[in-house]
Structure formats: structure tokens, C-alpha cells
Design a protein around this ligand. Structure first.
Ligand SMILES: C[S@@+](CC[C@H](N)C(=O)[O-])C[C@H]1O[C@@H](n2cnc3c(N)ncnc32)[C@H](O)[C@@H]1O
Length: 343
């Protein structure tokens, strides 16, 4: 049988598999294709994935040999209504699994947890996700299966990162974006990673070694402690300064640099004018925002207006990172500073 598959270089295989699984678009009933230095993941019919994730190709697909269930839902035997409400996707962070359950499934949480624990290779702990809260975007998690705490190590883009899912924000769904931003850093660039969390952008940029220096800024001291631990293990030669400070105070005194990453998707807009002044002439800003799908076409130009005076900034493009809610996406905006104030 022929079908669509997402083809990526082999070294991007694991993170792509996780990204596809996290948005629930990978087919589990057919084999993943290994093609030399490439790997192709079969996609569900009619699915559209962001073009930067890889090339969509058509291939002959072979049914999976019987090797246990292809989907954790096969391990559950709930009523047809409850079975139909089971989420298709879940996140895997290190040996922890996080799933968002609709309220109707609360009474089945323990069974669902046990099924995920059995299904995900190496899983130790499963949590029901009650969302992120407060300024530090800490996740509220309820243990539904397994044991131990929410501290762990997650591998992303070949880097081992310390995480604590309750104490500091982390999402495995941004793995491709972390890598994409790192790929566009040029030798000698100075980088600000604003609202860095546990530092996935800083870590991959430091690992790739082209940058002259990185300053990582966040208000959550626990996120920064985790970042320091990961940096110590990474042992990069790129100097990384870690600052526990609000972006709004850092950006009023910071010297302008060539590359700025600003990832505070729900409230970042209010700090944009101040973040804008940390970007040097001909420098680039990556800004992340949750955008209602119907507004996406107009949002880039609106951000340019929020950043500064007419002619100061150019909108270079946007990418949908992942769906955020039924009607909105998390979107990356890339902006270039083409003129400074007063020029
Ligand atoms: C969505 S998370 C981004 C984490 C990280 N950049 C990533 O890709 O995983 C937002 C982060 O912003 C931090 N934060 C929230 N308000 C802030 C502020 N005013 N100044 C600095 N950091 C802030 C939170 O502590 C949180 O770690």
C-alpha cells in the first residue's frame, strides 16, 4: 500500500519521531522506513506538517509485524465513548510521560497511566497534565502511574538536558525549533536567550560552538539551576552567562547583539519594544507567540509595528511550531533589524 511519509536525515530521526508523536500524526500500523542516511515516518492520511520538519514523500508502506500494540489505546478496554475520548498524543520527556486528559476520563486516569507506562519503552512515571501556570510557567502534574519525582534527563538534538517538569517549563515539542535557530547562528554572533527556561536554545547554540557568547535570562531560579547543571556536563567552549532577572529589566541595560531569542508566547508582546532595543543593526530576533489561526496572515506586520518605528524592522517569515488549542497555534516569527532609531 502506498502512503505519505516524512523523510528526514537519520540524526534527526529520534526528535522527529517525538515531534510527530506529540502532535499525533504518525502512523503506527506500518513500518518506519530506513533508507541509508535517511529515515521516513509514515503519516496519517491528509495530515499537513510544517515544511521545515522535513520532506513529505510517497512510499510503499509495509504493515508492522506483530510486536505488541502499535498504540497505547489498544491496551485499554474502556466503554466505546471513553475509548473515543482517549488522547492520541502524549509527550515523553526522559523517562517521564505526560498526557492531557479530558475531564470525562478522570475516573480512568490510573488505567490510562498504566497503559502508557507499559507502552512507552523505558517509562518510569506518567502524569496527567493540568497545564502551565504563573509567571514561571510551571506545569501542574498529577501522578497517575509509576514512581519517583519529576526530575530527569531528556535527550534532545543529541544534548542531555536536566529537567524538572514541575519546577521549570520544558516542552519536547520545540525540539526542531531549538535546532533550527541554532543552525542559523553565524560564527562570532553574540546571542541573548530571553526567557530561556532550562535552556534548550542556549545548550544547542553552545554545543554548535560558532557563537561568541550567550546570555541566558529567566526569572525562575530553579530553571537556571537546571541549565547550569546541563552546561557543566556539556563542557562547551562558548561562554554562557546565566542571569536570574526579568527580561524587562535586562533589556533596558543590555548591549545590542546580533541574535536574540525571545520565547514568552502568551505575554511577551508587552515587552517587545524593550526587547527590540537589544537587537543590533542587521541583527535578528526570533519571537514566539500563540496566534489565533485566523489572524496569522496579518500578525507578522502587526509585530513589526509593535517593535519600533516604520522602516526599522523587516518581517522575515513565520512558522507554525505546533497547534496550541483547537483555534490557535504556537508560531515563530523571524524579524530583522534593518535600521536603528534616529537613522
Ligand atoms: C515558555 S517558557 C520558555 C522556555 C524555553 N525558552 C524553552 O524553549 O523551553 C517561558 C519562560 O519565561 C520565563 N519568564 C516568564 N516571565 C519572565 C520575565 N518577565 N522575564 C524573564 N523570564 C520570564 C519563565 O520562567 C519560563 O521559563
Amino acid at each position: 500500500m502506498r502512503g505519505a511519509a516524512l523523510r528526514v536525515p537519520r540524526e534527526k530521526g529520534e526528535e522527529t519521531r517525538q515531534a510527530l508523536r506529540s502532535v499525533g500524526v504518525i502512523r503506527d500500523d506500518v513500518e518506519v522506513l530506513h533508507e541509508g542516511d535517511w529515515v521516513a515516518f509514515p503519516l496519517l492520511d491528509g495530515v499537513v506538517v510544517p515544511p521545515q520538519w522535513g520532506e513529505v514523500v510517497e512510499r510503499e508502506l509495509r504493515p508492522r509485524r506483530a510486536r505488541g500494540p502499535a498504540d497505547y489505546r489498544e491496551l485499554l478496554h474502556l466503554s466505546p465513548t471513553a475509548q473515543g475520548l482517549l488522547p492520541r498524543s502524549f509527550d515523553v520527556v526522559g523517562d517521564m510521560v505526560v498526557v492531557r486528559l479530558p475531564e470525562e476520563l478522570t475516573q480512568h486516569a490510573a488505567e490510562i497511566g498504566r497503559a502508557l507506562l507499559e507502552f512507552v519503552p523505558g517509562a518510569r512515571l506518567v502524569g496527567s497534565d493540568h497545564g502551565v501556570h504563573g509567571t514561571d510557567r510551571r506545569r501542574s502534574l498529577e501522578v497517575i502511574a509509576g514512581s519517583g519525582g519529576w526530575k530527569g534527563r531528556h535527550r534532545e538534538n543529541g544534548i542531555e538536558m536536566d529537567v524538572d517538569l514541575e519546577k521549570a517549563y520544558f516542552s519536547p515539542r520545540l525540539a526542531r525549533e531549538h535546532a533550527r535557530v541554532a543552525e542559523s547562528i553565524e560564527t562570532g554572533d553574540r546571542v541573548y536567550d530571553l526567557c530561556c527556561g532550562v535552556g534548550p536554545f542556549s545548550l544547542i547554540i553552545a554545543r554548535d560552538a560558532g557563537a561568541r557568547g550567550i546570555t541566558a535570562v529567566d526569572t525562575n531560579p530553579e530553571a537556571l539551576a537546571l541549565l547550569r547543571g546541563s552546561l557543566a556536563r556539556l563542557g562547551s567552549r562558548v561562554p554562557v552567562t546565566v542571569r536570574n532577572e526579568p527580561v524587562e529589566s535586562f533589556s533596558t541595560v543590555a548591549e545590542p547583539v546580533e541574535r536574540v531569542v525571545f520565547n514568552l508566547p502568551l505575554e511577551g508582546i508587552k515587552y517587545l519594544p524593550s526587547v527590540a532595543r537589544t537587537v543590533a543593526l542587521r541583527g535578528h530576533l526570533w519571537y514566539y507567540e500563540v496566534v489565533p489561526r485566523r489572524d496569522l496572515g496579518r500578525r507578522g506586520e502587526a509585530i513589526v509595528r509593535a517593535l519600533g518605528r516604520p522602516g526599522e524592522w523587516e518581517f522575515e517569515g513565520s512558522r507554525v511550531i505546533h497547534p496550541y488549542s483547537p483555534a490557535a497555534d504556537l508560531v515563530a516569527f523571524e524579524l530583522a533589524r534593518v535600521r536603528t532609531e534616529g537613522q
